[in-house]
Design a protein around this ligand. Structure first.
Ligand code: SAH
Length: 260
């Protein structure tokens, strides 16, 4: 069978350097029998290495019919689900238990993919793989860094994130316009944040919605004229750690409660 024709609309950039593909597969660091879900296997660059690991029990999900046909022909032993990762309830793919997630992800929807991983965080101890470099940097950025933003806080609330290595455009066909990077995220110990989690998300999004403003100004839309007791009011959102956003969320919750 001939190669799959790369479709831009599906974010298809196939890895052609097999040592990089192996590096991405290895970034999972599987040490004992583990269920693994690969997102967007394409023509199987990573898949072939995942299949070689006797500890990995692999399922792949691919939205492109042409790629699914290619995989069925070339990797008959592979369990491949034809469908859209963002739309399918993951219970239908992995009915129970924990599983790791890996991929050379479609860059056009990578943030949505990681928000879905976050939704299933209590079943996903590890997620790793390749992303656009800027997105990978944002996910892993510590407070105080210029790239620290909404996704950094929301992901780091539940995962420890490592930036592993940078990947050059020329290892893909067709080459993307941007550099890439491989990250690994491991679930931390936090089961629930010690605050109202919905309000936490709202506070983080509101604060970064106007990231150049001080928190006193950007959070007025949530608290109105009631003064916040916070010691962080004169700071900008990129300076606050997850714990400090939790503290701020609790202060805002108290104000909202007192207004009821
Ligand atoms: N892993 C392959 C392909 C990477 S390109 C490699 O490294 O060579 C990204 C892949 O994600 C493509 O195969 C594309 O068809 C697939 N994809 C895009 N959107 C998807 C979605 N919503 N669900 C599942 N797969 C998707």
């Amino acid at each position: 069978m001939t190669d799959v024709r790369a479709k831009k609309s599906l974010g298809q950039h196939f890895l052609v350097d097999m040592s990089v593909a192996k590096g991405v597969a290895d970034s999972l660091r599987v040490e004992s029998p583990t269920r693994v879900l690969e997102i967007g296997p394409g023509m199987g660059a990573l898949t072939q290495f995942l299949l070689q690991d006797p500890n990995i029990n692999l399922t792949a999900i691919e939205v492109d019919r042409e790629s699914v046909d290619y995989l069925k022909l070339n990797y008959p032993q592979l369990d491949v689900v034809s469908g859209d990762f963002l739309r399918l309830p993951l219970e239908t793919i992995v009915p129970e238990g924990d599983f790791y997630v890996v991929g050379n992800y479609p860059y056009n929807i990578s943030t949505q993919i990681f928000f879905k991983i976050l939704e299933y965080r209590d079943r996903i101890p590890v997620a790793a793989g390749m992303l656009q470099k800027e997105v990978a940097e944002r996910f892993a950025a510590p407070p105080g860094s210029r790239t620290y933003g909404i996704t950094s806080v929301l992901l780091q609330a539940f995962y420890n994130i490592e930036y592993l290595f940078t990947v050059h455009e020329h290892v893909f066909s067709p080459p993307p316009k941007v550099k890439s990077a491989v990250i690994r995220m491991e679930r931390n110990e936090v089961k629930h944040l010690p605050c109202n989690e919905q309000l936490f998300v709202k506070v983080v999004k509101t604060a970064f919605g106007q990231r150049r403003k001080t928190l006193r100004n950007s959070l007025k839309s949530l608290t109105g004229d009631s003064p916040l007791p916070s010691q962080y009011l004169l700071q900008r959102p990129e300076c606050l750690s997850v714990e400090q956003f939790v503290e701020l969320t609790n202060e805002i919750e108290r104000i909202l409660e007192s207004k009821k």
